[in-house]
Design a protein around this ligand. Sequence first.
Ligand code: NAP
Length: 324
Amino acid sequence: MKKSVIVLGQLSSSQWVELEQHAQLVGLSKPLDLTQQEVLSTLAQAHGIIGSGLAITPQLLDAAPNLEVIATISVGYDNIPVEELSQRGIMLCNTPDVLTETTADTGFALIMATARRVVELAEWVKAGKWQASIGPALFGSDVHGKTLGMVGFGRIGQAVARRGALGFGMRVLYANASHKPALEKELGAQRRELNELLAEADFVCVTVPLTADTEHLLGTNEFALMKPSAIFINIARGKVIDENALIDALENGTIQAAGLDVFEQEPLPSSSPLAKMPNVVTLPHIGSATHETRDAMAQRAVDNICLALQGERPISLVNPEACR
Ligand code: NAP
């Protein structure tokens, strides 16, 4: 008999057919609409879960005694209790690599949009305010030739840095847990302590994962170290920064502008000052959100879960210790 998999993420019809060859599928497109009882009885049968939308709690795991594997359709897994899964022998798979370039594109879009005031000035034109040649009050800042400070220098951080160094002649600094000599050679990147990087960079771009060590990594003291002309970009997770401290830094002119794809609370409440500031570009967490990349991420998740259910090692296994 086929094993049972709960499908929470969006799969193409061919991915659905592929997965169905290995498992009996239960589509829960809107788990929040189900009663607790319906969710529990579905979980009781499940060997796998693909996608996200259910909070993975000890109670949920208690209700899923047959669960062998969870395949997220994301690279970040800060919302999943990995240790708890490992203790129960449940594999967790994610989707690194296939989203790296697209997320770096989003980061660079935010760098360009904030520096050149693209969103603010496009809205200004649409509002019919372009009545004469513009003056210095509407000028932006150069990106080319400036110093790009990467906080986190893994797959996505390096891809953003490549765009900056090779496309825009930027000098690259990085603050990262480990030393990256190959990238220093390739891009001329230089490693700095976080505080040094903040003081030197024109653009500070955050790409560390959210962990106990990185939560609120940047707060009031860190924003105070940045140049008044600095532009802050976050494409990692909202909680890596103290959002209230960022709002203060923007309101007080401690830094110049911010480009944000992620927030402490998502969706961003319309009452947030960040949603209203002209020097802030806010995106609705679209780092990897292109048709091609979301399809590739879903495919990676399908490949991961098919391998796991067949007793083979998934391509992107977060917790090898779960395979006893
Ligand atoms: P990655 O390759 O694992 O890179 C993360 C980097 O952060 C690594 O180089 C790591 O150092 C470094 N790091 C970890 N903890 C640190 C600390 N405490 N201090 C300094 N550096 C630290 O991951 P990735 O694929 O680039 O993805 C990074 C994050 O981006 C994900 O976890 C996710 O949260 C976020 N993301 C967001 C979107 C979006 O839609 N906006 C899309 C994709 C990913 P080592 O090299 O020494 O391990």
